[in-house]
Design a protein. Sequence first.
Length: 477
Amino acid sequence: MNSKYRPPIVAVMGHIDHGKTTLLDRIRNAHVAQKESGGITQHISSYQTEVKLKSGKSGLITFIDTPGHAAFCAMRTRGANLTDLVVLVISATDGVMLQTKECIAQIKKANLPVIIALTKYDLETRQPEMVKGQLVEMDLTPEEYGGQVAIVPVSAKTGAGIDELLELILLNAEIMELKDESESPLEAVVVESKLDTARGPVAAVIVKKGILKLGDQIFTENISGKVKALFDSSGKSIKEAGPSTPVEILGFEKVPYVGAMITNNPLETPHDASLPITNIPTNPDLPHLNVVIKADTEGTLEALKNSLSDDVNLIYTGVGPVNDNDVIAAKTSHAELFAFNVPVSKTIKNLADNEKVPIFESKIIYEIIENIQAQVLKMLDPTIEDTIVGEGTIIAEFKIEKVRIAGIKITKGEMTKGDPVHLMREGKIIKNTQIEGIRQGKDIVEKIKVGHDCGMTFRPYIDFKINDVIIAYKNSK
Ligand code: GDP
């Protein structure tokens, strides 16, 4: 590659099980997939790989390997300005799924170019035309239909299509003319960080501009450090790293935040963007589940936080083993403690037992998320302490200036603006919110009674569907 240009930084995303890990494995010829708990990739990791194509073309590509679970989609927003291009993995047999849609929303928000890898193409059950139709619906019209989006059928199993995918990435990089700014002052972004008991704070970063060197003074937000050791993505000790290179740094005083920018000059670093440890609920009248979360890395913590619903109130979150402070914080705020992939010692377990603080531990991220959401549903059960004042069914949906409005038939009682409501789907409460406004025909009204139809909006926003049931209640607590 011409040294005037730097390698492209490519984020790979997609719905869980659509084949992202297998595809990346095939590209780097490693076998990470088998090592992971529960079979899903749990950490962001990034690596650079040199590709040599049959066409004679060769070049370096930096991949940000992001795990398949929806939780991790959110993490991308912070690192989005690091990414030059996205490869969106979609299984040719399953097509666009929930997490695919979430990823597409993020890609559009960040205005990033995208290549679709249509994976598992070797399977007889592939339905490429169906997938392309879905993409058209989502405003990602394939090139062959006159749109802009390149779709590459691939099979990580047979290797078919992978050369074409890599070639297209390199071609896109050439067109983008990604300038190598190694002469500029250092800018690097943290993509992963953790506290290692033996080595202290460890940060995986990707250099954007300048050269990161051994011995450098480094600054990020409120944290400083000196680069004591640098490792490339194969774990080899190196002395310096230029633009687009992923490296691991030892030498920070404290664990830096994922998404934080690293510079050589404290004045150029955005000052204290420290994340709030307490999340004030959007509406204090609605019930919230208080939780304390400890996780193994900033990356997973961030992902966990981003995947929880609005009904969850984060009292305190942190990285590292569960300690007595966490238990006390949970006790004083009547919170439950969740430990993701971190040790909980016997002493701490005894303390939690004595203080009656429930601790839920897991090494699998979606188990933690599911458990928290299950507790939320329990908390939202209206039959215990609520008096139901009205019920209605969503029979239509409208959009006025991008606002989704639910067309509701009131089947019981009445509903008033400001009432807390449960959203019920297939007999289960899936969310609670509040009535923001009611419209009857063209009129804005305060109240609506049984037998009438109306348009309703909610705050906080809920992703309602036709046939969902809305239950308005008064909290009798
Ligand atoms: P991820 O969750 O998106 O990282 O998905 P994985 O890479 O873990 O793949 C999920 C499953 O699909 C695994 O059982 C893979 O063996 C299988 N798989 C992935 N790619 C292919 C492919 O190209 N062809 C076939 N037949 N199976 C695949």
